[in-house]
Design a protein around this ligand. Sequence first.
Ligand code: HEM
Ligand SMILES: [Cu+2]
Length: 639
Amino acid sequence: MATFIIVTVLVLFLVAIWTGGYDNNFLQRVRGSQAWDWITTVDHKKIGIMYLAAGTVFLVIGGIEALLMRMQLIIPNNDFLSGDLFNQLLTMHGTTMIFLAAMPLLFGLMNYIVPLQIGARDVSFPFLNALGFWLFLAGGTLLNLSWFFGGAPDAGWTNYAPIALNDYSTGPGIDFYVLGLQISGIGTTMGGINLIATIINMRAPGMSFFRMPMFTWTTFIASALILFAFPALTIGLALMMFDRLFGTAFFDATRGGDSVIWEHLFWIFGHPEVYIVILPAFGIMSDIISTFSRKRLFGYSSMVFATSLIGFLGFMVWVHHMFTVGLGPMTNSIFAVATMAIAVPTGIKVFNWLFTLWGGQIRFTAAMVWALGFIPTFVLGGVTGVMLAVVPADFQFHDTYFVVAHFHYVLIGGTVFGLFAGGYYWWPRMFGKKLSEKLGLWHFWLFFAGFHMTFFPQHFLGVFGMPRRVFTYQANEGMDAINFVSTIGAFAMALGTIIFVYNIYRTTRFAEKAPADAWDDGRTLEWVIPNPTPEYNFAQLPRVRSNDPLWAEKMAGNKTVEAAEPLGPIHMPSASYVPALMSLGFFIAGFGFILRANEIGALGLVVVVIAMFMRSFDQDHGYHIEQEEVERVEKEARA
Ligand code: HEM
Ligand SMILES: [Cu+2]
């Protein structure tokens, strides 16, 4: 039956391609629709917005999963959730938050903002950019469908063997994890490559590397980390797929395999991954702190150096997740020292932020308040990180709530605070209107207080002996009160987030259009462009003459940045539905193989190959926006 449906869809689809649909009314209508415009877009700004939208949906899903877990843990011996369901929620929460919320939300900001910051009209590979997004969405959707097709993965986001192998996790959940992450991982890798190429090649005249804004720099380094880290995950997942689907024994020690290899592969990817999600947040904070202190970023070149060093050292420390495996005192010591070394460049960054604030004319905008709340919160996460790097201490902390507290301090206090800060800061650039500052402060204080209420006591919970990843605990062992407080805090964070969503709604409905330089104190090129951002970004490419180019020109008495070229027609890439189609093919293939319906899997791959052919033989050279059109748009936007 399923095969029949798939074949029918495929045939219909081929007919649609062959007939071209040119004199078909329905297809014409579809092509003229808004939805089609978004599905086929290769505009980095629209792709950025789609990343933000999808990432937000996944953030809400992951948040609900967290709240369910916290409800279960509110009192001892609770039976709100079964242990089995708790394991699934736990795994999906971690996996969703990291792969489907934090990274895509950052990708959304990078996609939208970085080309503007370097004075470019688009990314280097617009088609690849769209493909990266659709693959992420296909993989993420696939992973979440596991809830409806036999149960979600349940071996934790780290998916350790042997519990992730067929003997211990009998349902299809882990297969969804393996194939869902593989597909979205291909998309992420493409996104990273594209951003690297863009930053190297598409900078406006005069925008040398050492004039790039910090957010662009951190995006660049994070993309390099993606390029080198994701292959380890790809290999790990591929081997895991063989073990689960085709009966190999790479990770099965009972048949000559080695489960520790999975841990190595996972963490060779996994540790750089945490820098992939924190470095761009550092960049956001740097831009915001400098803008709202009305000062140049203190120690700019040391910031660049520190970022690169963190990126490099990020590959040298993965064994700190494996201290208790038994790799020996020598190995553990080397990795402990390497881990502690990372505190040095990180400390440099923190002091640079403080020195930027020092003597600045500080404006407490919502974005700035998030950035300020970030500094002490992240530092706490950093301090517990160094504590965990002390090997004998880690033998106590490992697999307790101390670790849960630590990584939420860095992931929420770093990445999520950074995302909110960047959201408030760039909202007028992306959506043309400023979010309400007053609601922004309410959002911040509720979330900030809720966050510390949830996670600060968990340090003690860990030291008192509560293991992580357990679905319940006994009464009167010193854990009841702390767990109760922690759950209340989680609901305060949820309330803050609801205020944020309401803020978005209210702003979209009622707020007025913001000026181009929305905060008046804009320093970098994204504030040069009129509002709304034209499709081609810059009517004329800007000439960059210093760091903080807009600020420097304003200080020199000029209104804006000088143009580097005469006004003329602008070349644009054509839209294409092939990225979405190819991702659909991957989605069908993944689904088929997970359900062990190999013919469906094969058909999905056929769709992928067809899409590849369509792309390879495409003779499309894009199109031009004529000068008159550019002049008209500019006049309208500046009116
Ligand atoms: C509303 C905010 C959040 C709450 C209340 C929350 C709560 C939780 C809880 C209760 C656990 C299970 C701990 C255990 O049983 O061991 C957990 C695990 C985890 N969380 Fe969160 N979380 C939140 C946000 C986030 C965010 C934003 C991220 C990442 C960006 C994140 C990443 C993780 C990871 C990676 C795990 C580990 C999963 C595993 O052990 O496999 N969480 N969280
Ligand atoms: Cu690590």
